[in-house]
Ligand binder design. Structure first.
Ligand SMILES: [Zn+2]
Length: 109
């Protein structure tokens, strides 16, 4: 069971309280972008085995979107933070580095 905490209202609940929204920190492309950029924006998503950054919505609560850093294998949640946060909080980076040695950071948008 995946347990998440909403960073807005502080509620900690099972994943059924929330709604998953896919990969977090993706760069959005619109008018003026190339076909390849727009195609990748729409369809090229990562689906890692391990550390993943996702968007979630507190659907049965405050209704706000937030980001979660978690492990897709162990279901361990390293932390949640607001959707307006473009840089991953340092405490979450430290937790990931401590729990998953050797995991490499990619560029996040
Ligand atoms: Zn909430």
């Amino acid at each position: 069971m995946l347990i998440l905490e909403c960073p807005y209202c502080g509620v900690t609940a099972e994943e059924t309280e929330f709604h998953g929204g896919g990969e977090a920190h993706i760069k959005r492309y619109g008018p003026g972008s190339t076909e390849e950029e727009f195609n990748n924006y729409l369809f090229a998503k990562v689906n890692p085995k391990g550390v993943h950054f996702e968007r979630w919505r507190h659907a049965n609560g405050c209704g706000k979107w937030f980001h979660a850093a978690r492990n897709t294998v162990t279901l361990e949640v390293y932390g949640t933070y607001t959707a307006q946060t473009s840089d991953i909080p340092q405490d979450i980076k430290d937790k990931v580095s401590a729990k998953v040695p050797g995991w490499s950071w990619r560029e996040f948008e």
